[in-house]
Design a protein around this ligand. Structure first.
Ligand SMILES: Cc1cc2nc3c(=O)[nH]c(=O)nc-3n(C[C@H](O)[C@H](O)[C@H](O)COP(=O)(O)OP(=O)(O)OC[C@H]3O[C@@H](n4cnc5c(N)ncnc54)[C@H](O)[C@@H]3O)c2cc1C
Length: 485
């Protein structure tokens, strides 16, 4: 079934996480200034799914229930599904200006489905059956999920067993009725606002079986502690008396948190891998091929908002037809669409994992390219937007000053742009653009979804250098004339 924002908000009232932000304990998720934007963003996924205009993009038919469900909980069953997921992602960022976290959940569900399917092919079908039962439960309630895969990792040059063993999430006990987890997951987008965290491992080697764990952990499970991120954007929001002066008032910036697991119990029916380290390879491959192709449309959605703000500010500066300003706008358009186009190619060239499973994943090479384009493209977009907007992008006084008539008169006079564009709107748009191009977004876009070096190496290693060399050799050294016969 398709859930509604109302039902989701009802469930949120029962979330009782042990959580901290800015040195304070989070009380009510619906009123805390740093958690409310998370809830608004997840609620928006339900609102859009209920809007008939977006039904094809936001929903899909569940083979498990026969009903329509959120596409964010859907296993991609075709190349069309993959492409529709891209449309969904761009729509979500265009309409919230932030990350809903459920796209990670969608990646998690698809990854675990493929991984357990691979185990089933080798005679370990129990995990897949359990997972499909769990997925049916998710579909029946249209519950929200996020992806819980990144471990804190500590000293990256050391393996999990060569340092504090808790720096990677691990199983510390197997009981008759389930397993006990200890460790942490880092940078968990919107974890505090979703119904379920889909836990799955990175790549592990023989001897590291305790770390090869996949399962589903409900919000607020006993033993979990959430430490919310606290950057300057979050601090500004916590201090704000009036959210309308913030960069993205309703939905805020991308929200992540460190989630610590202190002996968290998970019953067997929610465990989808426990020690089968040899399947972490297929898990990592599926995770890459379902998540990073999604990074392109995500950044293209942010880029669309940046483009809109840049056009508004170019007009308010009276410069929208100046050749170099038009050139800046073209750079933004090109970066957005290139990154999106690469993701579409990744989707259209996808295939199922494992072969014959019917669970579709994007092409790895073009997924990597899409993410790399998104990384570099986003910085190009930021440069171009700053060039269009000018210094007020980072030097503007607070809109709070407009609440006092005397100060307001001065600011409305000296921050004026083109006379037909109200100065308070111009100030608003500068603040909006500042939120994207002079904030934590840059680093978030760069590193989120995976460190680029490893992706660049995947591209390098996935290229047949000998084949390219042969192409060059054939022309450079082959001087035989074509047969004129
Ligand atoms: C905004 C945001 C949202 C996110 N959301 C989620 C989420 O919802 N769920 C989730 O599970 N994760 C999430 N992540 C985590 C994200 O996937 C990681 O940040 C990413 O994989 C990089 O890991 P890291 O941050 O530990 O950086 P690192 O891996 O430490 O990278 C830092 C640098 O070290 C290098 N490096 C690291 N290890 C090695 C090594 N062994 N050898 C050589 N070089 C190395 C990297 O190449 C890079 O240059 C999110 C991250 C961000 C920023």
């Amino acid at each position: 079934m398709i859930g509604t924002a109302e039902k989701y908000l009802e469930r949120v009232k029962d979330f009782r996480p042990r959580a901290f932000v800015g040195g304070e304990q989070v009380g009510n998720l619906l009123t805390d200034p740093n958690t409310r934007p998370i809830i608004n963003t997840v609620a928006k996924t339900y609102d859009l799914a209920c809007d008939p205009k977006y039904q094809d993009i936001m929903t899909a038919e569940s083979p498990l229930t026969g009903e329509r469900v959120s596409r964010l909980n859907h296993l991609a069953g075709s190349l069309d599904d993959l492409e529709l997921r891209l449309e969904l992602t761009r729509l979500m960022t265009q309409t919230t200006g932030t990350c809903c976290g459920r796209c990670g959940g969608c990646s998690g569900l698809n990854t675990v489905a493929a991984m357990t399917y691979a185990m089933k092919l080798d005679g370990k079908g129990e995990y897949h059956d359990r997972f499909m039962d769990f997925l049916k439960y998710i579909h029946q309630g249209d519950l929200s999920c996020n992806a819980a895969t990144t471990s804190p990792k500590g000293d990256r040059s050391r393996s999990p067993k060569e340092q504090d063993p808790d720096l990677y999430l691990r199983v510390i006990e197997k009981r008759k009725d389930g397993i006990v987890l200890r460790g942490a997951k880092a940078h968990q987008t919107n974890a505090i606002g979703v119904d379920e965290m889909i836990v799955y491992p990175g790549l592990f080697n023989k001897g590291e079986e305790d770390y090869a764990v996949a399962c589903a952990v409900p919000n607020s499970s006993p033993g979990l502690t959430y430490f919310l991120q606290y950057n300057s954007d979050d601090a500004e929001r916590r201090a704000a008396e009036d959210i309308s002066v913030l960069g993205n008032p309703l939905y805020g910036g991308r929200q992540t948190m460190l989630v610590v697991y202190e002996d968290v119990f998970v019953p067997w029916e929610r465990v989808f891998m426990c020690g089968e380290v040899e399947y972490t390879k297929v898990c990592a491959q599926a995770a890459r091929r379902t998540h990073i192709f999604n990074e392109g449309p995500c950044k293209a959605g942010f880029g669309d908002l940046i483009l809109g703000a840049a056009i508004f500010l170019a007009e308010s500066n009276g410069l929208e037809t100046e050749p170099h300003i038009v050139e800046d706008l073209v750079k933004i358009i090109a970066a957005n669409e290139t990154t999106y186009a690469t993701a579409v190619v990744a989707a259209r060239r996808g295939s199922d994992i494992p072969s014959g499973s019917g669970i579709y994943f994007a092409d790895e090479r073009f997924s990597v390219l899409s993410k790399l384009n998104a990384n570099d493209g986003f910085f190009e977009v930021m440069k171009a937007a700053a060039d269009v907007a000018g210094g007020l992008l980072v030097t503007m006084p607070s809109e709070n000053e407009l609440k006092d008539p005397e100060k307001s008169a001065l600011l409305l006079k000296y921050l004026k742009g083109r006379s037909d564009i109200p100065t308070d709107q111009r100030m608003r748009m500068f603040k909006f653009l500042n939120h994207y191009v002079a904030s934590s977004h840059a680093a978030q876009a760069w590193i989120g979804g995976g460190a680029p070096y490893h992706l660049r190496m995947a591209l390098y290693e996935g290229t047949d250098m000998d084949e390219k060399k042969e192409l060059a050799r054939a022309l450079a050294f082959g001087c035989e004339q074509p047969n004129e016969g």
